[in-house]
Each structure stands twice: as structure tokens, then as C-alpha cells.
Design a protein. Structure first.
Length: 493
């Protein structure tokens, strides 16, 4: 409303919710005593007050009709950004002329689109606004509408809060559909049905997905420092933490050797905080259309903040932003702009979104991404020491429904020196296949035979591993306490 009252002639609102935006504009127009017209290529220019229609099936014709409207008028332009994509010079000129006149007549042209598409000639003519996803109050209104139409009793306050938490991150239309589907399936609105629909809705955009969290800290062998760090922050998003004056934690960057449990620890973080886990593939942010990459990042941020408090997992961070330095010569600066926006969000965000990122090759990460303040901690995960290998063997043997007490765990820990946790798991799987082929149960000997044939990653990438350890010295905190490390690792490090 402030932009309209200040006399801004052009607004570009990014949203999928045309209906909700029109409802908001109707309220604004009523309060300011403005007229409200809406244009689409199928309906022409329609006066929302009396339904009067002016024929305008082409965008250029619509601009002409707008010029004939009186003063103090809001004009909602649906899908208009699609006609600006090819930067038709005649249409661009007509829009610029209409904006110039609108400034003196109290008219406001409001383009609504799901992504920002403006030719360079119009980028400074429109103020771009992100229309926030509905808050709990708006979702509550939608829920009441569904309950009333289905003649269902309103849930208790605690249950209602859980339902609205499950719907956070959906548009009003998506929430209405999810509530209605739950009523059809179960004759009531259940949060698990709403959560299921939200997961599918978020996954459809290809940028984020809500992951089912099954991993806990008990599934991780070792990494005592990392576990302790997380446990001390497990109530960081609680009301008690807020009243105590604790700032919300920002995030954790986990660096280290591939297969050492970085992703597992990142997923277990969500179970520690008891918050939903969103997974982001940073590479998917980048699109082929002009402005699509920037809009994709805005969509990710908007969705994550609307679901907050939550945990956002970004795996293999270096693959998403490794090319930011040469972006100007390789992609017209798109990666650099997206990277800059991501850095700004890391630093400035206030919503309780805890980001857990993993990286294998730290040399590809830009230095500004590693600066403290953007992360609460940088953790380095090394190869497991003997105690950690023993713990990993016990976890993996139990995972595949075998009794770890029947194995010589100490011998297996010694035999698997230099292996990552992922390699230990695969070794036990191979032992299961060997035993299955022979019609027997796996034994310590079976596992030892498999280990004798395995070439560990630490041998294949010895030089890279040494360089990674050298980099981590003094720059990152070790995920395992030094008292728990083997003498061999300390010498190697």
C-alpha cells in the first residue's frame, strides 16, 4: 500500500497466487478509494467493481485502453511478463509512455507473474516485490472455511497449531486443497496428510524437497565433538531459548573426506532439533531463462522461511557455487549474482532457518563463503579412528539385522584402517553377498576376506587427503576430539 500511496506507477509482484493478490488489491483499493481493473488476454480489461469489460485481447491494446482510464486507478496485469520476454520495442515503448502518464494521474500498473521477466529498458521502471506466502493467520482462515463447509468441529488449540505448522509453506490454494483432501480421506483434517501433500507440492518445483528424517545421532559412529555441538543447541528454537535471549543458530558447514558421514550428520541434525528437513540441490537453482536463476533462489528462500523453523540441507556446496569467480566471462554474471544473494541471505537472515551444508573439495569454495558470521561453525570430518571404526562396524552389523556380539569388532576395526564409514558399510554388504552365495551367515573371516580385496579411497586420493587435512589445520574445528584420535592420525594430519 505504501508504494501506491507514494505514487509509484509500476509494480511487479512475483507470486503464483493471483486470486490472493487480487483480494489484497481490492482491500487496498477500497481503503484508498481507488478503482481496480484487471486485464488478461482471455477476458480483456475488466472493472472488478461492476464487471464492465473493455475489449483488449492484445497487450498493446490493453496499454492503449489503460491510457483512457480515469485517475486513481489500480490496473492488475495478469501474465503480462510473458509478453515482455521478447522485448518487443513497440510494446516496451508503450509501457514506458503509460508509466510516465500514470505518474501524473494516480494510476498504478501492477504486473503479476510467477517469475521476474523485464527487459533492460523497464528494469528501473518497475519496483519488484516478492509476495510472501500466507502466514499462520491466513492459513487459519482457510482451515476454518474448509471445516465450516465440511461441517466439522474445530480442533483444539494445540492440534490446530500442528495442522497450521504442517501447512506452512503452501499457497492458500494448495493449503485449501490439502485440507480438503484430508477431509475426503479421513473425515477430518490431519497434519500428516497435510504434510504429505506439502512434501509433494514442494518437490514439484524441482528446487526443494522435504525429506523424511530417520537418521539420529545414534546412527553415527564417533564424531563426538560434532554430536556434542548439536546437542547443546537442540532447544535453540524453543520459546525458552528466545526468552533467555539466545540468538537463533545460523548454520553449520561440514567439510571433509567423502564417505565419512557428513550427509548423515546433516540429516541427523533435523532429528536433534525436531524440525522438518528441506533438501536443496544448489545446482538446480540455475536455469536457462533470463532471470530464472535469481527467481529460483528467491523461491527457495521464501519457501524455507515460510516453513521455518526448519533445517535446510545443501549437499556438496562447492558444486553449486564453484564457478562464481569466473561467472562474468562464462554465464554473464548469473552465478556471481546468485552467489552474492545467497551470501547476503546467509549473513542477514532473521528467520529461524538452520542451514547445514556439506563440501568435499574445500579448494573450490570461494573464501567469502567460509567467513565466520555466515556459519556458526566449520567442522572437519577426517577418516574414522579405531574407536570410531569399531562403532561404525557395530552400527552397520545391527542395521542389517545381525548380532554384533558374534563378530570380533576389534579385529575388524584394525583391518579396516584407512576406510571411510561408507566403505565399511559397503564391505559388510559385500560380506553379506559372499555369505548368502555360500548359504551361510557372515562372520569375521568373511568380512576380513572382503577387506583384503578393497582399495580404500584414502589410498586412491592420498595426496588430496593430505592437502585437505593441511587446509583444515587451524581453519576448521575437528568433528572428533583429539583425545579420541589415534596416534597415527595425528602424525598424518
Amino acid at each position: 500500500m505504501n508504494y501506491i500511496r507514494a505514487g509509484y506507477p509500476g509494480l511487479f509482484v512475483i507470486s503464483h497466487e493471483e486470486t490472493r493478490i487480487e483480494a489484497e488489491l481490492q482491500a487496498v483499493a477500497k481503503q484508498l478509494k481507488y478503482g481496480l481493473f484487471a486485464w488478461s488476454i482471455t477476458e480483456g480489461l475488466v472493472d472488478t467493481k461492476d464487471g464492465g469489460r473493455r475489449e483488449a485481447s492484445e497487450p498493446l491494446e490493453a496499454i492503449t485502453q489503460i491510457q483512457e482510464l480515469g485517475e486513481n486507478v489500480l490496473v492488475l496485469l495478469r501474465d503480462f511478463h510473458a509478453f515482455l520476454a521478447d522485448a518487443n520495442p513497440v510494446l516496451v515503448r508503450a509501457v514506458k509512455d503509460a508509466l510516465r502518464v500514470a505518474k501524473t494521474k494516480g494510476r498504478v500498473l501492477i504486473i503479476v507473474g510467477c517469475r521476474q521477466v523485464l527487459p533492460p529498458e523497464l528494469e528501473r521502471e518497475f519496483v519488484v516485490l516478492d509476495f510472501a506466502l500466507p502466514d499462520k493467520a491466513a492459513l487459519s482462515t482457510v482451515l476454518d472455511g474448509i471445516l465450516k463447509s465440511a461441517k466439522l468441529k474445530k480442533p483444539e488449540a494445540e492440534e490446530r497449531t500442528v495442522i497450521l505448522d504442517a501447512a506452512s509453506g503452501l499457497t492458500t490454494t494448495e493449503a485449501e486443497n490439502a485440507f480438503a483432501l484430508s477431509v475426503v480421506e479421513t473425515s477430518k483434517v490431519l497434519p500428516n496428510v497435510v504434510s504429505r501433500e506439502k512434501a509433494q507440492s514442494i518437490k514439484r518445483n524441482g528446487l526443494l524437497e522435504i525429506a523424511e528424517v530417520r537418521e539420529t545421532l545414534d546412527d553415527i559412529g564417533g564424531l563426538d565433538v560434532l554430536k556434542d555441538w548439536l546437542l547443546k543447541r537442540r532447544e535453540a528454537f524453543s520459546d525458552r531459548a528466545v526468552s533467555y535471549g539466545l540468538p537463533a543458530p545460523k548454520g553449520l558447514l561440514i567439510l571433509g573426506v567423502p564417505g565419512t558421514g557428513k550427509s548423515l550428520a546433516a540429516k541427523a541434525t533435523a532429528s536433534v532439533f525436531q524440525r522438518p528437513l528441506l533438501k536443496l540441490d544448489a545446482g538446480r537453482i540455475f536455469g536457462s531463462l533470463v532471470g530464472q536463476s535469481e527467481q529460483n533462489l528467491r523461491s527457495v528462500i521464501q519457501t524455507a522461511e515460510s516453513i521455518a523453523p526448519c533445517v535446510l540441507l545443501v549437499e556438496e556446496l562447492e558444486k553449486g557455487f564453484a564457478g562464481s569467480r569466473s561467472s562474468g566471462s562464462s554465464d554473464g554474471g548469473t552465478t556471481s549474482r546468485v552467489f552474492g544473494s545467497f551470501l547476503d541471505w546467509l549473513q542477514q537472515r532473521t528467520a529461524p532457518v538452520f542451514i547445514v551444508a556439506t563440501a568435499n573439495d574445500v579448494s573450490q569454495l570461494p573464501p567469502e563463503l567460509l567467513r565466520r558470521g555466515r556459519w556458526d561453525e566449520l567442522m572437519f570430518v577426517d577418516l574414522p579412528n579405531p574407536e570410531e571404526r569399531a562403532a561404525i562396524w557395530r552400527i552397520q552389523i545391527a542395521k542389517y539385522r545381525r548380532d554384533a556380539g558374534k563378530f570380533d569388532i576389534a579385529a575388524l576395526a584394525r583391518a579396516s584402517e584407512g576406510l571411510t564409514g561408507a566403505e565399511i558399510e559397503q564391505a559388510f554388504i559385500d560380506a553379506l553377498y559372499h555369505a548368502f552365495a555360500e548359504g551361510k551367515e557372515p562372520t569375521t573371516l568373511t568380512c576380513s576376506l572382503v577387506l583384503g580385496e578393497l582399495v580404500p579411497l584414502s589410498r586412491l586420493m592420498g595426496e588430496q587427503l593430505k592437502g585437505l587435512r593441511e587446509w583444515a589445520r587451524g581453519r576448521a574445528r575437528l568433528a572428533t576430539s583429539r583425545s579420541a584420535e589415534s596416534g597415527e592420525r595425528r602424525i598424518a594430519a
